[in-house]
Design a protein around this ligand. Structure first.
Ligand code: F6R
Length: 611
């Protein structure tokens, strides 16, 4: 939700800010803007409605230069996505400029107060208020960092902010409360950003700002203090991601590139989280050990969107392979109720970004009630990683496409290995069964490669059906969460209406939706539920629905499906990952054929850091 970038150095900041915004555009793309301080000391502001390209074109035609600046790409919360609401926002006298990610909850109260004091507001945003509040303190003779610190104590909600002032043209001030901010350390230059991918071309040395911390960043130094004014020694971390990891590398879209990265990601995950000699899972878990977790009585898994589908899959894996009762909830619902948590209940939070506001809030509730918290997360140094008692990283690399793909299959692989390891520790699985499950995982990367090589059929189906506006996705047992995920992928990037259902539920209502020609994507697994699935397909076919069947045993779909996608043969426990990849491709090609902006679907943002 909104990308923030800042630079202070000796070279021109403008291209660095634009490049950073390009790399952060997945966080929001309603409008964009930058401000730099020119050589003469004047702030130069440029903001444009719409995607970053508008700002790039404007700066190409009318360049602005300066060696310090901040920039922003917006996902609108307060106020429409227009130029007047685009960031950076300025105080009344143009002495302070602010970019902000998050939401000011006491917006109405602060706005009223500022208006009563005679303040002229020029936008509908909460961010503008921050700029005015800081500027008022500067007018009272307070120094910039102190003014920002004081204002951080006045605003409620969540924020990552970067502040620039012509009165202190050598420094950026950044502060965070429940919204990510990272400082990048360069040679004779420093950077700030809301996310690591923006920094990859410039540095691997970063400082993750913690909640209620503020940093003064100059070209040669970074000084950190808490909102209480106590100095904090900066902790420098080294980013392991490759500098090209956040680039398209010849693919038309990030999403397609990320789909194709899955074999590599899964191979790497297996190398990290299994013992290659014994062929047994050995999760590289930060914090508490798997042994410690194996004694819990119950697991409560939560997340949002695709990560929630991972939770459903984790429940199947854990209940089946480790026999631990597992409940799943949407993080946004869990945070609103009083869950039965406590010392015997393990909270399992799954999140790609580790910054999703609802997931973090649910995690806090679980911990407050005495549960331990295990995070499965992709982004190192993220809020979830810091909040959790133990963490397993999904090591999927930066995921830039807004629709999650490789992070999802990474989450599935990790929760599968977790379930097998828990099963071993609890004596539910013996070593032979565990090793055979790990071997099935080891076959997945090659199976996915074969699936990707054979994707022409998926493209053909997508092309033939891309004008369909309603779709149903059906699955049972191991494939039910994948049906939900397939439908989510399609709707979010192609804007076609798609619903996922457990196939057995069809007769209880959704079957009324069936019309001649309505595409029904049926996931047929290899387990005992295959016959039941075939019966459900029959029912849909009898009502003239158009059946797209996915199975590793195509003969199961003989005479049933109009289109058959044959998947590589796998075990019932591991085939969900293959079905997931096939449905990612189907969604991608349908969306592409419909001419949609696959990487930046409308109204969405990659990381939902507001409630
Ligand atoms: C869908 C998608 C979203 C995210 C959700 C949670 O493709 O990406 O549904 O899964 O917003 O995000 P994280 O995993 O970052 O908590």
């Amino acid at each position: 939700m909104c990308g923030i970038i800042g630079h202070v150095g000796t070279t021109c900041s403008t291209p660095i800010l634009l490049d950073g915004l390009r790399r952060l555009e997945y966080r929001g793309y309603d409008s964009a803007g930058i401000v730099v301080i020119s050589e003469s000391g004047a702030p130069l502001l440029r903001r444009c409605e719409g995607k970053l390209r508008g700002l790039e074109n404007s700066l190409f035609e009318n360049p602005m230069t300066g060696t310090i600046g901040i920039g922003h790409t917006r996902w609108a919360t307060h106020g429409k996505p227009t130029e007047r609401n685009a960031h950076p926002h300025r105080g009344e006298n143009g002495r302070v400029y602010v970019v902000h990610n998050g939401i000011v909850e006491n917006f109405a109260e602060l706005r009223e107060r500022l208006l009563a004091e005679g303040c002229q507001l020029t936008s509908d945003t909460d961010t503008e208020l921050i700029a005015h509040l800081i500027e008022k303190r500067l007018d009272d003779g307070v120094k910039l960092a102190e003014a920002v610190r004081q204002v951080c104590r006045v605003i409620r909600g969540s924020f990552g902010i970067a502040v620039l002032s012509a009165t202190h043209p050598d420094r950026l001030i950044v502060a965070r409360l429940r919204s990510p901010l990272v400082v990048g350390l360069g040679e004779n230059e420093n950077f700030v950003a809301s996310d690591v991918p923006a920094l990859l071309p410039y540095t691997r040395r970063v400082i993750y700002l913690q909640d209620e911390q503020l940093a003064v960043v100059t070209r040669t130094a970074v000084a950190i203090q808490t909102f209480d004014g106590k100095a904090v020694a900066p902790e420098v971390s080294e980013i392991k991601w490759d500098r090209h990891a956040a680039e398209k590398e010849g693919f038309r879209h990030y999403m397609l590139k990320e789909i194709y990265e899955q074999p590599r990601v899964l191979r790497e995950l297996l190398a990290i989280h299994t013992d290659r000699g014994e062929r047994l899972p050995r999760l590289d878990m930060v914090g508490e050990s798997v042994d410690g977790l194996a004694h819990c009585n119950r697991i409560l898994a939560f997340g949002c969107g695709t990560a929630w589908h991972s939770c459903l899959m984790a429940r199947t894996f854990i209940e089946e392979l480790a026999r631990i009762p597992t409940e799943v909830d949407y993080a946004s619902e869990l945070r609103g109720r009083r869950p039965f948590a406590g010392p015997g209940v393990l909270g399992l939070a799954i999140s790609q970004s580790g910054e999703t506001a609802d997931t973090l809030a649910a995690a806090m509730i679980m911990r407050k009630q005495g549960s331990r918290l295990l995070g499965i997360c992709n982004v190192e140094g993220s809020s979830l990683v810091r909040e959790a008692d133990s963490v397993v990283h999904t090591h999927s690399g930066p995921e830039i496409g807004v629709a999650s793909t490789k992070a999802f299959t990474g989450q599935l692989m990790v929760s599968f290995l977790l379930a097998v390891e828990l099963g071993l520790r609890r004596g539910v699985l013996d070593k032979d069964r565990a090793a055979s499950l790990v071997r099935a995982c080891e076959r997945l990367p090659e199976q996915i490669e074969n699936l990707l090589l054979d994707s022409e059929k998926i493209q053909q189906i997508a092309w033939e059906l891309h004008q369909k506006t309603d779709w149903l996705y059906l699955g049972r047992r191991w494939l039910y969460p994948i049906a939900l995920e397939g439908a989510l992928k399609l709707k979010e990037i192609s804007y076609a209406h798609a619903e996922g259902y457990p196939a057995g539920e069809m007769k209880h209502g959704p079957i009324a939706l069936l019309e001649p020609g309505l595409p029904v994507v049926a996931l047929v697994g290899t387990g005992p539920s295959a016959d039941k699935m075939r019966a459900n397909i029959q029912e849909a076919k009898a009502r003239d629905a158009l059946i797209i069947g996915l199975s590793s045993e195509p003969h199961l779909l003989d005479g049933l499906a109009h289109h058959v996608l044959e998947l590589p043969a796998s075990r019932v426990e591991t085939e969900p990952i293959l079905h997931a990849v096939a449905l990612q491709l189907l969604a991608y090609y349908v969306a592409d054929a419909r001419g949609c902006d696959v990487d930046q679907p409308r109204n969405l943002a990659k990381s939902v850091t507001v409630e």
